[in-house]
Write a protein that binds this ligand. Structure first.
Ligand code: HEM
Length: 186
């Protein structure tokens, strides 16, 4: 019985080592590597000082250096975007528009260039964005880009400046209760 078992074990060992030997002899370790495709060489950024760095040093995905850092605007306490959203919701519309309570709705109020020009001070500030004139007086201190920046569009059509800095900002929504009227170019 034992000799039968020994025989079987011996047979098994011989088969296994033969199998491995045949695999190893037909393939050297280098032939196990995938074929090298020359068009898939590492990019130049993977060499020299950039080696192993991701994203590479010159990538736009890297934070800018201190000299290029954006100037941070410090808004006064109580002047966060959320504070503005609350005021926009709760303050009576005529106050945000800066008009008397019985003033006609904005779609009936036409404002020309000369009228717009009269409102360009910190205490009385209008601007036109995409054909609508807004009283931005209550908003100026809430502007995340700072007072000086937003005052550049005071008393004039600010559409181009607005779009240059943040075309994604929805002025209609943010200033929906500050609308005074519609702009007439003539
Ligand atoms: C009624 C007019 C404007 C409104 C409602 C407005 C609104 C905003 C809002 C909501 C942001 C924050 C954007 C964000 O975080 O993605 C912002 C940022 C900014 N705005 Fe305005 N803006 C106005 C006019 C202007 C004008 C005329 C200028 C420039 C002359 C300007 C320059 C900037 C700049 C530079 C920032 C960037 C601040 C930062 O990223 O820290 N904005 N503005």
């Amino acid at each position: 019985m034992t000799s039968r078992l020994d025989e079987l074990n011996k047979k098994l060992q011989t088969n296994t080592s033969q199998g491995l030997a045949s695999r190893n002899s037909s393939s050297s370790p280098s032939s196990l590597r995938p074929p090298v495709n020359p068009s898939l060489r590492p990019p130049p950024s993977a060499s020299g000082a950039n080696r192993g760095l991701f994203p590479p040093l010159n990538s736009v995905q890297r934070a800018s250096s201190a000299s290029q850092a954006r100037k941070k605007v410090h808004l006064k306490p109580g002047h966060s975007p959320l504070d503005w959203a609350r005021i926009n919701r709760t303050e009576p519309q005529y106050k945000l528009r800066g008009v008397a309570p019985n003033t006609p709705p904005p779609q009936y109020v036409r404002i020309d260039k000369d009228e717009l020009k009269k409102h360009r001070t910190r205490d009385d500030c209008w601007t036109c964005i995409n054909g609508k004139v807004f009283n931005i007086t209550p908003y100026v201190d809430f502007h995340p880009g700072g007072v000086d920046e937003i005052m550049k569009c005071a008393g004039r059509d600010g559409t181009a400046l607005f779009n240059k800095y943040h075309s994604w900002v929805n002025a209609d929504r943010m200033l929906e209760n500050c609308i005074v009227g519609v702009f007439t170019k003539d």
